[in-house]
Design a protein around this ligand. Structure first.
Ligand SMILES: Cc1cc2nc3c(=O)[nH]c(=O)nc-3n(C[C@H](O)[C@H](O)[C@H](O)COP(=O)(O)OP(=O)(O)OC[C@H]3O[C@@H](n4cnc5c(N)ncnc54)[C@H](O)[C@@H]3O)c2cc1C
Length: 354
């Protein structure tokens, strides 16, 4: 390997890491076998409104995680998210994901994930060596053995693609967890309890597997059971509670959008003819993964840094606890991607100066 940093994963976390690493003066190779879930990030959390604050953002994230989040990681993400305000020209729409006390999710044309990555690729043109391929744990192990000074950043996303009915691509099956384990890192919360279901995934038609966005429940949408009875009333539950409510009704529901204004439907890039949609909960986000500290170093079972190994984005554990607040997947990938790349480059420079 002739690069100083090897990044596995070409979603938002991987590309943010690449940009920060290049900015830090390091040479980078990035390998990826797809785009991951990043093109689905339509909005992400950043406390932009006067009634919002970093403290409220932290409070909402910890409450959503139901005691399972790592406070230091949550505080880092929420604090560092403020810098996104200066970095991006958000388009002014601020939506309120389920579980947020106030509107907080910002975007650019409802496509912040795709736009952010495409802009980074333009800025980094020719500055990063890109390999379009699948990386295996064996390869990573061999690379480490052959290049002891190489910094490796794992940004392979979650594992929900391994389920038959999921809204993730099939290739997102948790390969990065095996890579991290092979290199001596500890994993946490890698179990069925730490799989977040998207409550409202289409089960029929050409768009099967694509979710209907739950924020429409704040815009006049209703949830009906298959007999046509509304079962939520005024309750506006977080995603986890909504999935459980649908399972209680037999596992399926009708997302009734007849009361939602046309402009809200169009804002969500939906077809106006789609008003009664059969949906079911499907595995959507994995919440556990590689144990990291606030600088994205991977940690071993004793809490010690695994030298030269970093991880960021959905492949890591600790931020989301037992339930990810809507909009926090993108924020975590943005913030921790940058931290991982920056810290890896700092270590490269430190090695050079020794
Ligand atoms: C339908 C849907 C809608 C969503 N909407 C939102 C939203 O609006 N807001 C929000 O904040 N979050 C949203 N999320 C969550 C968000 O998409 C993820 O949290 C985010 O994409 C994680 O970024 P990442 O870079 O860690 O992983 P990903 O974007 O999934 O990227 C993972 C990368 O790793 C690569 N990879 C994996 N294994 C290998 C391997 N063995 N070899 C090489 N490459 C590999 C993949 O090809 C990919 O490039 C949504 C998720 C889904 C499924």
């Amino acid at each position: 390997m002739d690069s100083e940093i090897f990044i596995v994963g070409g979603g938002l976390a991987g590309w943010r890491a690449a940009e920060a690493a290049v900015r830090g003066g390091a040479s980078v190779t990035l390998a990826a076998n797809g785009v991951g879930n990043t093109p689905d990030i339509h909005a992400l959390n950043c406390p932009v409104l006067p009634e919002d604050s970093v403290d409220l953002f932290i409070e909402d994230t910890l409450a959503s995680g139901k005691g399972g989040s790592d406070r230091a990681l949550v505080e880092t993400m929420c604090r560092e998210s403020l810098a996104l305000k200066d970095e991006f020209s958000f388009d002014g729409t601020v939506i309120r994901p389920l579980g947020c006390s106030v509107p907080r999710a910002v975007s650019i044309r409802h496509a912040i994930g795709a736009i952010a990555v495409s802009d980074i690729k333009k800025r980094l043109k020719d500055k990063v060596k890109v390999e379009n391929r699948t990386v295996t744990p064996e390869e990573v192990l061999a690379l480490r053995a052959a290049n002891p000074g190489l910094k490796i950043i794992i940004a392979t996303g979650g594992w929900c693609g391994k389920y038959d009915f999921s809204d993730n691509p099939r290739y997102l099956k948790g390969d990065g967890l095996l890579m991290a384990e092979a290199l001596g890192a500890a994993l946490k919360d890698v179990d069925e309890q730490h799989v977040q279901y998207e409550p409202t995934v289409r089960v029929e038609g050409p768009r099967r597997g694509i979710p209907v966005i739950t924020t429409l429940l704040y815009e006049g949408a209703r949830m009906l059971n298959l007999e046509g009875r509304e079962f939520l009333g005024d309750a506006r539950l977080n995603k986890d509670e909504l999935s459980r409510a649908i399972f209680k009704e037999g596992g399926y529901a009708i997302f009734d959008l007849t009361g939602v204004p046309d402009e809200k439907i169009l804002e969500c890039k939906m077809d106006l003819s789609e008003r009664l949609i059969k949906v079911a909960p499907a595995p959507h986000s994995s919440l556990g993964g590689i144990v990291i500290d606030t600088k994205c170093h991977a940690l071993d079972g004793d809490g010690k840094i695994v030298p030269g190994l970093f991880a960021c984005g959905e492949v890591t554990a600790g931020v989301h606890g037992l339930n990810r607040l809507g909009g926090n997947g993108g924020t975590a990938a943005m913030v921790f991607g940058t931290i991982a790349g920056r810290e890896a480059a700092l270590e490269v420079n430190k090695d050079k100066n020794q």
